[in-house]
Design a protein around this ligand. Structure first.
Ligand code: KIV
Ligand code: NA
Length: 271
């Protein structure tokens, strides 16, 4: 049964919400069949799949393409498309058009927006138009140039208060959930206690309504996973083993064998 934003909201406080990224159809199918509640097509696709060293170069077209692939590979999970750098917040028209593409063209169920004071009104407008919004506070990697690095956020009284206030503002604007990234566990706990929408943490401790991680970090495909990520598998070794095995078998003549080949009797006279 397809998951809706209402299902996600209803799960908060009852059972932990599970969320994981995916960027293509086969990965989405595996994540979906594992029973993950929410699949995020993160702009982390820039690092995880497109070879960039930040999320800044990722385009709306790329997000639409990867989101469509994930949606095609997904039956049950809620599919959330991340809005890439400068695709929202510049003008209302451009923001609505770009967010709308993720639902109209790419079959996403919702969009995620790196939030700030500039996204409160926009969140309200998108929700009014029928585009569910997942907010995102704490470390917002699209602001890496301005922040000076992928640093912890909300570590002093003033910045923690700002995150708490923005969390309330986005709940009031109609966001159906909120990602909290790389913030102190006690701040995330406080936000979770005060909000009625689900909080989904990444590097935000255990006292939230759900967790999200990047697929590549979880399966063991990342070169440099962030400190808060846990590797639950070693896909890199498995893939390397398979590729080396293929290379060795071609070089040694073991592949292709009799069972991989076919011969046509009609070609007898060629000999
Ligand atoms: O792009 C992404 O993968 C994200 C998650 C880490 C929350 O925004
Ligand atoms: Na992101």
């Amino acid at each position: 049964m397809p998951t809706t934003v209402r299902d996600v909201r209803a799960k908060a406080g009852e059972e932990p919400i599970t969320m994981l990224t995916a960027y293509d159809a086969p990965a989405a199918t595996m994540v979906d069949e594992a029973g993950i509640d929410v699949i995020l097509v993160g702009d982390s696709v820039g690092n995880a799949a497109l070879g960039h060293d930040s999320t800044l170069p990722v385009t709306v077209d790329e997000m639409a393409s990867h989101t469509a692939a994930v949606a095609r590979g997904t039956e049950d999970a809620l599919v959330v498309a991340d809005m890439p750098f400068l695709s929202i917040g510049t003008s209302r028209e451009a923001s609505v058009e770009n967010a709308g593409r993720m639902l109209k063209e790419a079959d996403a169920d919702a969009v995620k927006i790196e939030s700030g004071p500039h996204t409160v009104e926009l969140t309200d407008q998108l929700v009014d138009l029928g585009i569910p919004v997942m907010a995102h506070l704490g470390l917002t990697p699209q602001r890496v140039k301005e922040l000076g690095g992928y640093t912890r956020q909300g570590t002093d009284e003033e910045s923690a208060r700002e995150i708490l206030d923005l969390a309330h503002a986005h709940e009031d604007a109609g966001a159906f959930s909120l990602v909290l990234e790389h913030v102190p566990a006690n701040l995330a706990a406080r936000v979770t206690e005060e909000l009625s929408i689900p909080t989904i943490g990444i590097g935000a401790g255990p006292e939230v309504d759900g967790q999200v991680l990047v697929y590549n970090d979880v399966v063991g495909l990342s070169e440099r996973p962030p400190p808060f990520a846990e590797q639950f598998g070693d896909a890199r070794s498995e893939i390397e083993r398979a590729v080396e095995g293929y290379k060795d078998a071609v070089e040694s003549g073991e592949y292709p064998a009799e069972e991989h080949s076919h011969y046509a009797e009609d070609l007898e006279e060629l000999y």
